[in-house]
Design a protein. Sequence first.
Lengths: 332, 100
Amino acid sequence: MATYKGIQGYSVQKLTTDPTAADTAGQLWYNSTSGAFKISTEGAGTWASANAIPANRSKAGGCGITTAGLYVGGSEPTPTLNNALEFDGTDWTIGGTMNQPSIYSTFTAGTQIAAVASGGYSESPAGNKTTTEEYNGSAWATGNAMVGTARDGGGAAGIQTAAIAFAGNQTGTKKLVEDYDGTCWTAGTALTSDHGRCMGAQSGTNTATLCIGGDNAGLVEDWNGSAWTEVNNINTSRQFGGGGGTSAAAFIVGGYNPSPPYAKYANTETYDGTSWSEGGDISAAKAYVYAFGTASSGVIGGGVTGPSSTSNSVTAEVWTNPVYTIKTVTVS
Amino acid sequence: MANTYCTATNWGKDFFTHEDRNNFYLSGHPGDVWVVGNNAAGVSWINRVTGTGKTKAEAQAIVDGKVEESQATWDALPEAEKAPTAGFESLTRPEKYILP
């Protein structure tokens, strides 16, 4: 009788319990407890359901990581919100209330316990803002305002003491950039093209991030700390969706087409530093939503799932890429 | 038949897992309607979430009803809120669509 060792040249381990799937991708073993051969496989990235956010919310600025994420403000759809929403990897908790009465689509960077949120749109009084607020994990403090034109819906990256804010919807040019040193905003190096409400890679740094899509044909620009360089376009042109990661490894998800009939999307695209590839879809198309996290682990919550502002969502999903799974080998 | 249909309430974490998403097609729609890939893993998921099986026509009727509710909500909004706004162009009156 042929043996595995005879065919492959090495033995199959006998284990009483399965090892961690991520640590054993591609390996085969025999589980003596269940009496079955097992194999660990590496699959494509997918979205899994997460616990719902406490109430309808869209257009909330986002930052942080999967186990310590932060949403800022947002729209339900009206009136707009002014509090933080924190995620611990499992559950959502309402955080501190901002000093301004309402805000959404802020430029948000940092972590759950040290974030900066600037600009955005407020309903009272209505209009784009330049205001800045800083979060310490429990309370918001007012900071110095942005120096350029009031705007909302752009991208941001970095930490509370070294952040960059780029693009956004405003009158005139949509490629302005500002840098934050923890105290003041200063004008930065402008993007080469207009982006408007881009798909921000919210977890990059102030010296390495991406400005993705927006109200253009899916243009992507890479920031290396001194210059913006156009890199490969995303496959599906879109704006106002979620993103996470760095300039070397990122994902985007959701959003809507900037051209009529403004289709919303459920698909994910992943970036490896050079090109964009299709990833798994979220369960329903949604736009007007931010995400947070890394290329391998991200979160998207709320947003507008339907065709109108009357269809705000409470659903949340968690992104994992790749997905490791232990499977039982069927022998006959 | 490529897809099967059910209603089920998304309870959050583990309602569908990463492994589920790699094993069968899944998409969510208004009215807690789910379109599920018609394979063994998909059918097993419907059982796991205590889904109620629907024909495509039944599922489509539920979605249509929810879209009609959203249309009524939209129609009742003040005209100012329904006017197209720069950057929010896709917020328009809900329209019916065909399930996959």
